[in-house]
Design a protein around this ligand. Structure first.
Ligand code: ADP
Ligand code: MG
Length: 351
């Protein structure tokens, strides 16, 4: 028979395109929190506090003491692809900031209501302005403000019914938010972080600025974790063709947990690396079957041209040049540490 007539191809309305794209960047409340914290850190904040209502669906509020946002920039702040961090594609190779694509704030305005309060150095007052669908809803209003920026996101996914339902049905996102902040607090030890449920007196994460990594881990994950950590440092600087450095803390034979905690920063970005995580789990279960769910904090530094930060819309995964060799080197270093710590332990027990 005759094939049916093909359907007409139409151009999607811009607002539909933007909402679809926004849903990809902001997958859940915790992704919004991560983006906002990264913006605060990019702004040089030394203090970041987060308040959350209803797992982030009702309200997310992130306040920092960073450099603030210029009054002149407020009109385009929440447009898609507006950023102060990148100007040419080549800059991506050397970029040090966590943001670069100018999509996070815009995305939040397409799937929620965003209000920004900000003040820059030397100003007598700040400004407050709300955004929807990328644009300001009103002229910025002068207001009292202390140092930095506060960003409030209300009614996330109000216009994405299915997403909102799934998130309401699933366990709420608050534990994920706490988890992100805990990780940032362990890496950025000179920044004070706090996170609380809106209206609660007690913070669920509270880290003070410190010069000691172990202090930071202690204040977030507790003293019992710190007691069982071993320091680890690796580099292959001797190899002529690759330079990478890793330093961190890994748990020893006494650390027993139900699941692995893996806090990984590559060039100061909080990322996942499934291959590395698997390799580490494998060493632990081979070497310390009793303690096979380790606690791992690892900071890896590579030349920035060896890291492609642009492979995932949420920037969650990165791809590394020489990934296999790096993983192998780290794997061996961990194995050696664990073997040594295991013998020490047996020795101590016998003594
Ligand atoms: P990106 O971080 O990729 O540049 P965002 O949409 O996250 O894109 O932010 C857009 C711009 O808004 C940033 O480039 C920055 O100039 C500004 N900005 C966002 N949050 C803050 C903040 N907390 N403090 C200062 N400036 C900010
Ligand atoms: Mg950003």
């Amino acid at each position: 028979g005759c094939a049916a007539e093909p359907p007409r191809i139409r151009r999607l309305e811009e607002s539909v395109v933007n909402r679809i794209a926004a849903g990809e960047v902001i997958q859940r409340p915790s992704s919004a929190v991560k983006e906002l914290i990264e913006n605060s850190l990019d702004a040089g904040a030394s203090s970041v506090s987060v308040a959350v209502k209803d797992g982030g669906l009702k309200l997310i509020q992130v306040s920092d003491d960073g450099h603030g946002i210029r009054f002149e920039d407020l009109p385009i702040l929440c447009e898609r692809h507006t950023t102060s961090k990148l100007s040419a594609y080549e800059d991506l190779q050397t970029i040090k900031s966590m943001g670069f694509r100018g999509e996070a704030l815009a995305s939040m305005t397409y799937v929620g209501h965003v209000t920004v309060t900000t003040i820059t150095e030397g100003q007598l007052h700040g400004y407050r302005v709300s955004y929807r669908d990328g644009v300001m809803e009103n002229e910025p209003k002068p207001c009292a403000a202390v140092k930095g920026t506060q960003i409030m996101v209300e009614n996330l996914f109000y216009n994405m019914i299915a997403r909102k339902k799934t998130l309401q049905n699933s366990n709420d996102d608050y534990p994920k938010i706490v988890d992100f902040i805990s990780r940032f607090a362990v890496h950025h030890i000179n920044v004070t972080f706090s996170c609380r449920k809106h209206g609660a007196n007690r913070a669920d994460v509270h880290s003070a600025s410190t010069s000691s990594r172990l202090d930071a881990i202690r204040s977030v994950y507790g003293a019992s974790v710190v007691r069982d950590l071993i320091e680890i440092k690796v580099s292959d600087e001797d190899a002529a063709d690759s330079i990478f450095k890793m330093d961190g803390y890994i748990s020893n034979a006494n650390y027993v947990a139900k699941k692995i905690t893996m806090i990984l920063f590559i060039n100061d970005r909080l990322v996942d690396c499934t291959a590395l995580k698997r390799a580490i789990e494998f060493v632990y279960s081979a070497t310390l079957p009793q303690a096979s769910k380790p606690f791992i904090y690892m900071s890896i530094n590579l030349p920035s041209e060896h890291v492609d930060v642009n492979i995932h819309p949420t920037k969650k995964e990165v791809s590394l040049l020489n990934q296999e060799r790096i993983i192998e080197t780290i794997r061996n270093a961990i194995e050696e540490k664990l073997m040594n710590s295991n013998t020490t332990r047996i020795f101590q027990t016998q003594a």
